[in-house]
Design a protein around this ligand. Structure first.
Ligand SMILES: [Zn+2]
Ligand SMILES: [Zn+2]
Length: 286
Protein backbone atom coordinates (compact mmCIF):
# COMPACT_ATOMS: atom_id res chain seq x y z
CA UNK A 1 0.00 0.00 0.00
CA UNK A 2 2.86 2.39 0.71
CA UNK A 3 5.18 1.42 -2.14
CA UNK A 4 6.89 3.82 -4.41
CA UNK A 5 7.76 6.76 -2.23
CA UNK A 6 11.36 6.28 -1.12
CA UNK A 7 14.01 8.50 -2.63
CA UNK A 8 17.19 10.46 -2.05
CA UNK A 9 18.58 13.92 -2.66
CA UNK A 10 20.45 13.88 -5.98
CA UNK A 11 22.94 16.26 -7.61
CA UNK A 12 21.95 18.39 -10.61
CA UNK A 13 25.56 18.81 -11.80
CA UNK A 14 25.48 18.71 -15.59
CA UNK A 15 21.70 19.25 -15.73
CA UNK A 16 18.57 18.42 -13.76
CA UNK A 17 18.03 15.26 -15.84
CA UNK A 18 21.23 13.83 -14.31
CA UNK A 19 19.52 13.78 -10.92
CA UNK A 20 16.87 11.49 -12.43
CA UNK A 21 19.53 9.15 -13.85
CA UNK A 22 21.26 9.01 -10.46
CA UNK A 23 17.94 8.26 -8.72
CA UNK A 24 17.22 5.39 -11.11
CA UNK A 25 20.72 3.98 -10.57
CA UNK A 26 20.25 4.04 -6.80
CA UNK A 27 16.86 2.30 -7.01
CA UNK A 28 14.81 5.32 -5.88
CA UNK A 29 11.04 5.65 -6.34
CA UNK A 30 11.31 9.43 -6.25
CA UNK A 31 13.92 12.14 -5.62
CA UNK A 32 14.79 15.53 -4.24
CA UNK A 33 16.98 18.07 -6.04
CA UNK A 34 18.10 21.66 -5.89
CA UNK A 35 16.43 23.89 -8.46
CA UNK A 36 19.82 25.56 -9.08
CA UNK A 37 23.34 25.55 -7.62
CA UNK A 38 22.69 25.76 -3.88
CA UNK A 39 25.65 27.94 -2.91
CA UNK A 40 25.01 30.76 -5.37
CA UNK A 41 22.53 33.64 -5.36
CA UNK A 42 22.14 33.95 -9.10
CA UNK A 43 21.95 31.27 -11.75
CA UNK A 44 21.30 31.26 -15.48
CA UNK A 45 17.56 31.13 -16.16
CA UNK A 46 16.04 27.67 -16.49
CA UNK A 47 15.00 27.30 -20.12
CA UNK A 48 11.77 25.62 -21.22
CA UNK A 49 13.87 22.98 -22.97
CA UNK A 50 15.84 22.20 -19.79
CA UNK A 51 12.68 21.93 -17.73
CA UNK A 52 11.05 19.68 -20.34
CA UNK A 53 14.11 17.45 -20.48
CA UNK A 54 13.85 16.95 -16.72
CA UNK A 55 10.11 16.25 -16.79
CA UNK A 56 10.47 13.84 -19.72
CA UNK A 57 13.35 11.97 -18.02
CA UNK A 58 11.25 11.68 -14.89
CA UNK A 59 8.23 10.33 -16.76
CA UNK A 60 10.38 7.91 -18.73
CA UNK A 61 11.97 6.62 -15.54
CA UNK A 62 8.53 6.22 -13.93
CA UNK A 63 9.54 8.14 -10.82
CA UNK A 64 6.83 9.77 -8.71
CA UNK A 65 6.29 13.09 -6.92
CA UNK A 66 9.69 14.84 -7.12
CA UNK A 67 10.49 17.50 -4.54
CA UNK A 68 12.92 20.42 -4.47
CA UNK A 69 15.17 22.06 -1.90
CA UNK A 70 16.06 25.75 -1.87
CA UNK A 71 19.53 27.25 -1.64
CA UNK A 72 21.08 27.42 1.83
CA UNK A 73 21.77 31.12 1.28
CA UNK A 74 18.12 32.14 1.60
CA UNK A 75 17.28 33.65 5.00
CA UNK A 76 13.82 35.20 5.10
CA UNK A 77 14.34 36.05 8.80
CA UNK A 78 17.43 38.15 8.20
CA UNK A 79 17.35 41.54 10.01
CA UNK A 80 19.61 42.91 7.25
CA UNK A 81 17.21 44.43 4.70
CA UNK A 82 19.59 43.87 1.78
CA UNK A 83 20.09 40.21 2.62
CA UNK A 84 16.40 39.67 3.29
CA UNK A 85 15.39 41.28 0.01
CA UNK A 86 17.93 39.17 -1.86
CA UNK A 87 16.45 36.13 -0.12
CA UNK A 88 12.91 37.01 -1.20
CA UNK A 89 14.01 37.50 -4.86
CA UNK A 90 15.89 34.20 -4.74
CA UNK A 91 12.87 32.37 -3.30
CA UNK A 92 10.56 33.79 -5.98
CA UNK A 93 13.00 32.57 -8.65
CA UNK A 94 13.20 29.13 -7.03
CA UNK A 95 9.40 28.81 -6.78
CA UNK A 96 9.17 29.54 -10.51
CA UNK A 97 11.91 27.03 -11.30
CA UNK A 98 10.27 24.38 -9.12
CA UNK A 99 6.94 24.95 -10.87
CA UNK A 100 8.56 24.61 -14.31
CA UNK A 101 10.25 21.39 -13.19
CA UNK A 102 6.91 20.02 -11.98
CA UNK A 103 7.98 19.63 -8.33
CA UNK A 104 5.20 19.19 -5.76
CA UNK A 105 6.98 20.84 -2.83
CA UNK A 106 10.03 23.05 -2.38
CA UNK A 107 11.75 22.49 0.97
CA UNK A 108 13.11 25.58 2.70
CA UNK A 109 14.70 26.13 6.10
CA UNK A 110 12.49 28.80 7.71
CA UNK A 111 15.42 31.10 8.51
CA UNK A 112 17.77 32.35 11.24
CA UNK A 113 16.85 35.35 13.40
CA UNK A 114 20.50 36.41 13.95
CA UNK A 115 20.01 37.19 17.66
CA UNK A 116 16.90 39.33 17.09
CA UNK A 117 14.67 36.71 18.70
CA UNK A 118 12.26 34.07 17.43
CA UNK A 119 9.22 36.35 17.38
CA UNK A 120 10.89 39.04 15.25
CA UNK A 121 12.28 36.34 12.97
CA UNK A 122 8.89 34.68 12.52
CA UNK A 123 7.32 38.05 11.63
CA UNK A 124 9.97 38.65 8.97
CA UNK A 125 9.47 35.16 7.54
CA UNK A 126 5.70 35.64 7.42
CA UNK A 127 5.84 38.95 5.53
CA UNK A 128 8.55 37.61 3.19
CA UNK A 129 6.44 34.56 2.35
CA UNK A 130 3.41 36.78 1.74
CA UNK A 131 5.50 38.81 -0.70
CA UNK A 132 6.82 35.68 -2.47
CA UNK A 133 3.31 34.22 -2.68
CA UNK A 134 1.90 37.41 -4.20
CA UNK A 135 4.68 37.45 -6.80
CA UNK A 136 3.98 33.83 -7.79
CA UNK A 137 0.19 33.65 -7.71
CA UNK A 138 -1.32 30.64 -9.43
CA UNK A 139 1.60 28.23 -9.04
CA UNK A 140 0.93 24.77 -7.66
CA UNK A 141 4.24 24.00 -5.93
CA UNK A 142 4.18 24.60 -2.18
CA UNK A 143 7.03 25.88 -0.06
CA UNK A 144 7.65 23.19 2.56
CA UNK A 145 8.88 24.62 5.85
CA UNK A 146 11.45 22.22 7.24
CA UNK A 147 11.87 21.40 10.91
CA UNK A 148 15.41 22.34 11.96
CA UNK A 149 17.98 21.10 14.47
CA UNK A 150 18.19 24.53 16.11
CA UNK A 151 21.79 25.25 15.15
CA UNK A 152 22.80 28.84 15.89
CA UNK A 153 19.71 31.06 15.78
CA UNK A 154 17.74 28.94 13.31
CA UNK A 155 13.96 29.03 13.57
CA UNK A 156 11.97 25.80 13.17
CA UNK A 157 13.49 23.66 15.94
CA UNK A 158 10.24 23.93 17.89
CA UNK A 159 7.03 22.87 16.18
CA UNK A 160 5.42 26.03 17.56
CA UNK A 161 7.73 28.12 15.35
CA UNK A 162 6.39 26.42 12.22
CA UNK A 163 2.85 26.72 13.58
CA UNK A 164 3.32 30.47 14.07
CA UNK A 165 4.46 30.90 10.45
CA UNK A 166 1.53 28.85 9.13
CA UNK A 167 -0.82 30.84 11.33
CA UNK A 168 0.65 34.17 10.27
CA UNK A 169 0.76 34.04 6.47
CA UNK A 170 -2.14 35.21 4.34
CA UNK A 171 -2.17 32.02 2.25
CA UNK A 172 -1.26 29.02 4.43
CA UNK A 173 -2.58 26.69 1.72
CA UNK A 174 0.52 27.62 -0.30
CA UNK A 175 2.73 26.05 2.39
CA UNK A 176 3.46 22.53 3.56
CA UNK A 177 5.79 21.01 6.14
CA UNK A 178 8.82 18.72 5.82
CA UNK A 179 9.84 16.79 8.92
CA UNK A 180 13.50 15.76 9.12
CA UNK A 181 14.12 12.86 11.53
CA UNK A 182 17.72 13.96 12.25
CA UNK A 183 16.70 17.55 12.88
CA UNK A 184 13.85 16.82 15.29
CA UNK A 185 16.09 14.41 17.23
CA UNK A 186 18.88 16.99 17.48
CA UNK A 187 16.24 19.56 18.47
CA UNK A 188 15.32 17.36 21.44
CA UNK A 189 12.16 15.52 20.32
CA UNK A 190 12.37 11.89 21.41
CA UNK A 191 10.28 9.50 19.31
CA UNK A 192 11.04 6.32 21.23
CA UNK A 193 9.36 4.43 22.81
CA UNK A 194 5.98 4.35 21.03
CA UNK A 195 4.22 6.46 23.69
CA UNK A 196 6.65 9.31 23.05
CA UNK A 197 6.18 8.99 19.31
CA UNK A 198 2.40 9.20 19.72
CA UNK A 199 2.74 12.23 22.01
CA UNK A 200 4.97 13.93 19.43
CA UNK A 201 2.47 13.28 16.62
CA UNK A 202 -0.24 14.77 18.85
CA UNK A 203 1.92 17.87 19.37
CA UNK A 204 2.61 18.01 15.62
CA UNK A 205 -1.12 17.93 14.98
CA UNK A 206 -1.85 20.68 17.50
CA UNK A 207 0.91 22.99 16.26
CA UNK A 208 1.12 22.54 12.47
CA UNK A 209 -1.58 19.97 11.68
CA UNK A 210 -0.64 16.47 10.52
CA UNK A 211 -2.19 16.96 7.03
CA UNK A 212 0.26 19.82 6.37
CA UNK A 213 3.16 17.35 6.46
CA UNK A 214 3.71 16.45 2.80
CA UNK A 215 7.17 14.93 2.98
CA UNK A 216 9.85 13.58 5.30
CA UNK A 217 13.61 13.67 5.29
CA UNK A 218 14.80 10.33 6.63
CA UNK A 219 18.24 10.76 8.17
CA UNK A 220 19.93 9.25 11.21
CA UNK A 221 21.84 11.59 13.54
CA UNK A 222 25.54 11.60 14.40
CA UNK A 223 24.91 13.95 17.33
CA UNK A 224 22.90 13.16 20.42
CA UNK A 225 19.31 13.98 21.37
CA UNK A 226 18.93 17.70 22.04
CA UNK A 227 22.46 18.53 20.81
CA UNK A 228 21.08 21.12 18.34
CA UNK A 229 23.81 20.05 15.93
CA UNK A 230 22.75 19.01 12.42
CA UNK A 231 24.89 16.07 11.30
CA UNK A 232 23.31 13.33 9.19
CA UNK A 233 24.20 9.63 9.38
CA UNK A 234 23.13 6.57 7.38
CA UNK A 235 20.04 4.74 8.70
CA UNK A 236 20.97 2.62 11.72
CA UNK A 237 24.43 4.17 11.89
CA UNK A 238 23.59 7.11 14.12
CA UNK A 239 21.95 7.55 17.51
CA UNK A 240 18.27 7.38 16.50
CA UNK A 241 16.70 4.01 17.43
CA UNK A 242 15.74 2.09 14.27
CA UNK A 243 12.28 1.65 15.82
CA UNK A 244 11.70 5.38 15.13
CA UNK A 245 12.21 4.91 11.38
CA UNK A 246 10.00 1.85 11.50
CA UNK A 247 7.20 3.88 13.11
CA UNK A 248 7.48 6.71 10.60
CA UNK A 249 7.50 4.57 7.43
CA UNK A 250 4.54 2.51 8.68
CA UNK A 251 2.41 5.36 10.01
CA UNK A 252 -0.65 5.63 7.74
CA UNK A 253 -0.92 9.33 8.62
CA UNK A 254 2.26 9.81 6.57
CA UNK A 255 1.50 7.15 3.97
CA UNK A 256 1.22 9.77 1.19
CA UNK A 257 4.59 11.42 1.95
CA UNK A 258 7.74 10.99 -0.11
CA UNK A 259 10.51 9.80 2.26
CA UNK A 260 13.79 11.32 1.15
CA UNK A 261 17.29 10.33 2.27
CA UNK A 262 19.91 13.04 2.77
CA UNK A 263 22.48 10.61 4.14
CA UNK A 264 26.20 10.50 3.34
CA UNK A 265 26.94 9.45 -0.24
CA UNK A 266 29.55 7.03 -1.50
CA UNK A 267 30.14 3.32 -1.81
CA UNK A 268 30.78 0.54 0.62
CA UNK A 269 32.16 -2.77 -0.59
CA UNK A 270 31.34 -1.61 -4.10
CA UNK A 271 27.68 -0.88 -3.26
CA UNK A 272 26.03 2.53 -3.41
CA UNK A 273 25.20 3.90 0.04
CA UNK A 274 21.83 5.29 -1.10
CA UNK A 275 20.94 1.81 -2.33
CA UNK A 276 21.92 0.33 1.05
CA UNK A 277 19.90 2.92 3.00
CA UNK A 278 16.85 2.45 0.74
CA UNK A 279 17.04 -1.31 1.31
CA UNK A 280 17.00 -0.74 5.06
CA UNK A 281 13.96 1.58 4.82
CA UNK A 282 12.05 -0.87 2.64
CA UNK A 283 12.90 -3.73 4.98
CA UNK A 284 11.19 -1.80 7.78
CA UNK A 285 7.86 -1.67 5.93
CA UNK A 286 5.24 -3.97 7.32
ZN1 LIG B 1 16.56 17.80 5.69
ZN1 LIG C 1 20.19 18.62 8.11
Amino acid sequence: MKRGRFGAHMSIAGGHQNAVAAAVKAGCDTLQLFTKGNQQWAAAPLTDAQAKLFRDSLAQAGLGQPVGHTSYLINLASPDPVNRDKSIRALIDEIQRAEALGLSDLVMHPGAHMNEGVQAGVQRIVSALDEAHQATSGVKVRVALETTAGQGTSIGCELEHIGAILGGVAAPERLSVCVDTCHIFAAGYELDPAEKYDAWVDLLDQTVGVPRVRLWHINDSVKKLGSRVDRHAGIGRGLIPVAVFERVVNDPRFGHCPMILETPKGEEDGRDLDLINLEILRSLER
